[in-house]
Design a protein. Structure first.
Length: 478
């Protein structure tokens, strides 16, 4: 065989090899075509914005992807008046990790005194500085310790959100009630702080209205239809809302049990008080959550997302994440996403993958204290917080979903390239060709779970991988 034959045969070899690679790639692209992609959200790409605060210097910037909230408590936190001090020791580290805000439990005196988690409010102006309900301090500490915590958070350029219970009260004295024909525990005229004294005329039923959307247990149900109640909640300069904002220096509000009253209450509070607002409308229907958020002019916790994540990971069917309706898909600027909270902490499989989901997708993600401080890897969560703040930009396109794989793309915003997240609940490594928005660019997995550094093709396609029972997050290597 002479040299010409060798050259000819080598040419044929490389030609057929190239054709084979092209055929494989074309087959891959055909099997995973762009026709199957789901453009979930369509907007200009801007991130969730929790607003600015009059109380802090906004030199803390959450990054292109927006901010992250910390739920800074769990049910039955350490009693004895030490909780505010425990949190004050953590805010510096939380701020360094990229946490933008902290959500505190109800901070005022409740019927349960030093044992209460605050959801049975008695005196809206007693932050742990009056001797009533058997204690001076609340379960969490004194007023001065709370103020020190808020100052520490603000010193770290973090916002502080107060948990507000407006549906019901507890711990009043008994009084004769002509509206019920008996006696009710509705006499709060002697609250020690002097803030918002109230009686039978300010609960349901009364001379103005007999009921509202709902009651909670057997607690007296506060009547927002009464002008006096409105005055004390959001109109008076020395009333609840403006005192919390201007004197205690809270930056926003988490409204408890908003199913118990009409959404105009939150909307009117927001109009008069301002600040960030999120409501606990406990409903798994995304359309209902969107309705409430629009009517209340407020954000809402995305219970639809919470329940569908639980379904997807517990049933071994990640296509639920593609197909299910969620508030963040309908309106990402109203959705506060979460994996667990003080009421709902279902320990389902793949909890870290659930955090990888909410911290790479749209909305305002919340970290649960116990998950961060005790139950999960703080290092892994900090990595995901960094990814959220720096890479999770733009609207969302779902690339693929089946029982054990889920891939989605954030399409970038304002010069930031966005990312691709890959979830894998199987017991083996997975690889998949995906279409990116990047041509001839090297990418990497910012979680460190994969050591690949692939380069995208001219058309943007690239093969990425994900380890078993884990996740990877890909973006430009820059």
């Amino acid at each position: 065989m002479n040299l010409k034959h060798v050259v000819f045969l080598l040419s044929l070899f490389f030609f057929f090899t190239a054709c084979q690679k092209e055929e494989i790639l074309e087959e891959t692209n055909e099997n995973f075509s762009t026709e199957g992609l789901v453009e979930v959200t369509k907007h200009d790409g801007r991130p969730f914005d929790s607003g600015t605060s009059k109380h802090i210097n906004r030199s803390f910037t959450p990054g292109p992807g927006g901010g992250v909230m910390m739920q800074a408590f769990y049910w039955d936190v350490t009693e004895g008046g030490v909780w505010w001090n425990i949190l004050a020791d953590k805010v510096d580290d939380w701020s360094s990790a990229g946490i933008e805000s902290i959500w505190l439990p109800p901070a005022t005196k409740a019927q349960g005194g030093g044992y209460s988690m605050g959801y049975d409010p008695s005196d809206y102006g007693d932050f742990g500085n009056y001797n009533q309900q058997g204690t001076v301090e609340t379960r969490f500490g004194s007023r001065s310790e709370l103020e020190n915590l808020i100052d520490a958070a603000h010193g770290n350029n973090m916002k502080v959100y107060a948990d507000i219970v407006l549906n019901h009260c507890s711990g009043g004295d008994s009084e004769s009630n002509p509206f019920t024909g008996g006696s009710t525990w509705t006499d709060f005229t002697n609250v020690a702080s002097g803030m918002f004294p109230r009686d039978k005329n300010h609960f349901h039923p009364n001379a103005n209205c007999s009921n509202d959307s709902g009651v909670f247990g057997g607690f007296p149900d506060l009547a927002h239809c009464v002008p006096y109640v409105q005055d004390w909640l959001w109109k008076r300069t020395d009333g609840v809302g403006k005192y919390y904002r201007d004197v205690m220096e809270f930056d926003g509000w988490r409204f408890d049990y908003v199913k118990g009253f009409e959404p105009w209450v939150v909307s009117t509070w927001n109009y008069n008080i301002g600040g960030f607002a999120v409501g606990e409308y406990w409903d798994g229907n995304a359309a209902t959550l969107e309705w409430w958020a629009n009517e209340a002019n407020s954000s809402a916790f995305d219970f639809a997302c919470y329940y569908r994540m639980n379904d997807a990971f517990s049933q071994g069917n990640l296509s639920i994440l593609r197909d299910a309706d969620m508030l963040w898909k309908r309106n990402p600027f109203k959705a506060v996403t979460f994996v667990a909270n003080h009421d709902t902490d279902i320990i389902y499989n793949h909890k870290m993958l659930a955090y990888a989901y909410i911290l790479t997708h749209e909305g305002y993600p919340t970290i649960f204290y116990k998950d961060y401080e005790e139950w999960l890897s703080k290092e892994r969560l900090n990595n995901l917080i960094w990814i959220h703040n720096n890479k999770a930009t733009g609207n969302t396109t779902i690339l693929h979903a089946d029982n054990d794989e889920y891939l989605a793309r954030r399409n970038g915003w304002n010069g930031n390239p966005g990312l691709i997240v890959y979830l894998n609940t199987s017991n083996s490594w997975k690889e998949r060709w995906v279409p990116t928005n990047w041509s001839n660019k090297q990418i990497k997995d910012f979680t460190g779970h994969s050591g690949w550094y692939p380069t995208t093709q001219g058309g943007g396609w690239v093969k990425i991988q994900c380890p078993p029972n884990s996740y990877s997050v890909w973006s430009l290597n820059e």
